[in-house]
Design a protein around this ligand. Structure first.
Ligand SMILES: Nc1ncnc2c1ncn2[C@@H]1O[C@H](COP(=O)(O)OP(=O)(O)OP(=O)(O)O)[C@@H](O)[C@H]1O
Length: 253
């Protein structure tokens, strides 16, 4: 489904990624972990097209997408959320979710047909159905008209997930979805991520520092340290890996 092959990325002298290779299994949740500065966000940016790797490729559905723009990758079905919430703060919950649907449907067949009234109406109807499905799924009906600014942090993160889901993604990249959340918000978000995978069969790639959550919900984990992939395997395999323990203890020391 989604594969990175030997991806290298540097910023001046800093080697953010040094030969990272792995495949996210279709319909499963893959976690990417590693100490601060390990290269996790850089990896997400390389996958979603915000950064161009110096070397290596990104494959999606068997096609090399390394040279496609972020927009094009989003249209193909790669959606993401950001470490710092990237919602339109002055707008309502519903309007933010509508923007997700707009990204996915604005090109291709729909835009070609949308000169014509009936197709335009069908497009709007389809979008509305998707929006309602997402709002219902994330249990945010009661806040749909609220501006983002007045929502507690946990709900803002949930709306951001909603905007990504409205894109009807095939792959969802979540950058620290529970960072800054309290225990209850974290448990809610973990449940929604599991449901995304179970109910919609969406492939999820997740960067997260909350180790309990990663171990609980991921079927496969990739570990980065100083841009290098130091381990990859099931939660049990990576948590018992001496190199991983060393990287975390070293970072904590
Ligand atoms: N735009 C940039 N310009 C220069 N250096 C960058 C840039 N983005 C990342 N880096 C550097 O690349 C390295 C990897 O950073 P990255 O943000 O990918 O790590 P991370 O694992 O996501 O860290 P964190 O867990 O703290 O978010 C770091 O040394 C960082 O300073």
């Amino acid at each position: 489904m989604l594969e990175v092959r030997d991806v290298h990325l540097s910023f001046g002298g800093i080697k953010a990624l040094q030969g990272v290779s792995f495949a996210a299994k279709p319909g499963e949740i893959t976690g990417v972990i590693g100490p601060n500065g390990a290269g996790k966000t850089s990896l997400f940016n390389a996958i979603s097209g915000f950064y161009q790797p110096d070397r290596g490729q990104v494959f999606f559905g068997g096609n090399d997408i390394s040279h496609l723009s972020p927009d094009r990758r989003a249209e193909m079905g790669i959606a993401r959320t950001f470490q710092n919430i990237a919602l339109f703060r002055g707008m309502t919950v519903l309007d933010n979710i509508k923007l997700g649907g707009h990204t996915r449907l604005r090109t291709g067949l729909w835009s070609a047909l949308s000169y014509f009234g009936p197709a335009r109406r069908e497009e709007l109807e389809l979008r509305r159905e998707i929006e309602e499905k997402v709002i219902d799924f994330l249990e945010i009906d009661h806040i749909r008209k609220y501006p983002i600014t007045i929502l507690p942090y946990g709900l803002q993160k949930r709306v951001e997930l909603g905007r990504a889901l409205a894109m009807q993604p095939r792959v969802l990249l979540l950058d620290e979805p529970v960072a800054g959340m309290n225990r209850e918000e974290t448990a809610d978000m973990a449940r929604f991520i599991l449901d995304v995978q179970e109910q919609f069969g969406i492939t999820v790639l997740l960067v997260e520092h909350d180790m309990h959550m990663v171990m609980d919900i991921c079927s496969h984990i990739v570990v980065l340290n100083f841009g290098q992939q130091i381990a990859s395997g099931t939660p049990a395999e990576v948590s018992g890996d001496p190199g991983v323990i060393e990287a975390y203890l070293g970072a904590a020391a």
